[in-house]
Design a protein around this ligand. Structure first.
Ligand code: TRP
Length: 327
């Protein structure tokens, strides 16, 4: 089985765009791949975090991922900071990556552009990400195009490391995941549904109550002319509803467009499909909330599995680099 790894930051709740765009792929992939999913809390602290909130958000994200279908008995779900080898390998790879290489990272340039304090960790963020990947002999990293540069960097520094020290690390490949749904903001259907919208009515959260989901979809921006057609350019609002309905029910937006000739019924069916999709997730989440120890045990097991592999990789790295064994 191919090994895949994809990390997720504990920043904010999961929304419908995350679920239909990426998370459902992860849930499917866990049965056909050896899947590793670190919750990357060490990456989160490259920007200021409230300690108490970080802790709560980390547990909450684990619960949300499990509620959405990631099964800790099937995949390896764990907290990055529970496996100290991530930072150990990151240091070694920082000594392999070039300063100039890191300076070219788009994500760093974008993120640091309007910050008044930029910590060094934000700059070396992609190297920690490389360590996440390489630590587990990952074959494939299924992440979106926005992460392409980071995965290319990972490949470059891994190859450089191997050229220097021998074939120690597995060079991973980037794979753009099968196109999940492209869910757009309900109020501004030309931009992706996002976390930053806060309480905004354009974002549907995984834990939104049925009536909230219905209200947000009822109030979704549609387009002038009442014709139902899948056309993202001319009819972004209606196309988005077709996309969501399609993803929630397993059909295609184009086929669905033929079924409707008015916006009202489309919105109704879309809302009910999303309510139905989220109902079991909300229920499972509530159960997990009621017994946090269950999630913490699952995360400890995940860290145990991850830690064994990570220790073996770090052992090879130490030996290859000539660090004196502690005896
Ligand atoms: N940088 C990724 C993001 O912003 C998160 C991440 C951290 C990641 N480590 C990873 C993704 C390893 C894939 C593999 O989404």
């Amino acid at each position: 089985m191919q090994r895949i790894l994809s990390g997720i930051q504990p920043s904010g709740d999961v929304h419908l765009g995350n679920l239909l765009g990426a998370l459902q792929n992860w849930v499917a992939d866990q049965h056909t791949h050896e899947s590793f999913h670190p919750i990357v809390d060490l990456h989160a602290v490259t920007v200021p975090q409230d300690p108490r909130e970080l802790q709560a958000a980390t547990l909450r994200l684990a619960q949300m991922l499990m509620a959405a279908g990631l099964d800790p008995d099937v995949c390896v779900l764990f907290v990055q900071s529970h496996v100290p080898e991530h930072t150990q390998l990151a240091w070694v790879l920082e000594c392999t990556a070039g300063f100039g290489e890191l300076r070219r990272m788009h994500q760093f340039k974008d993120k640091s552009a309007d910050m008044d304090f930029v910590c060094a960790g934000l700059f070396t963020y992609p190297v920690l990400q490389a360590a996440d990947i390489v630590l587990y002999d990952t074959d494939v990293v299924p992440v979106g195009d926005d992460q392409r540069q980071h995965i290319e960097l990972t490949r470059d520094i891994t190859q450089r490391f191997n050229a220097r020290y021998g074939e120690v690390l597995v060079v991973p490949e980037h794979r753009i995941p099968p196109a999940g749904a492209r869910v757009m903001d309900l109020q501004e259907p030309t931009r992706k549904m996002s976390k930053s919208a806060g309480e905004a009515p354009g974002t549907i959260w995984l834990l939104d109550e049925p009536d909230v989901v219905r209200r947000k979809i009822r109030r979704a921006v549609t387009d002038s002319h009442s014709e139902v057609r899948f056309d993202r350019e001319a009819k972004p609002g209606v196309s988005n509803l077709l996309e969501i309905l399609g993803a929630a029910t397993g059909s295609t937006p184009r086929d669905l467009a033929d079924v409707y000739d008015r916006y009202g019924p489309l919105k109704n069916d879309c809302a009910e499909a999303v309510v139905e999709l989220l109902a079991p997730i909300r229920q499972r989440f509530a159960e997990l909330r009621a017994d946090p120890a269950e999630t913490q045990r699952a995360l400890a097991t995940g860290a145990g599995t991850a830690g064994e592999i990570a220790a073996a990789t770090m052992g090879r790295v130490r030996e290859a680099m000539g660090f004196l064994p502690r005896r």
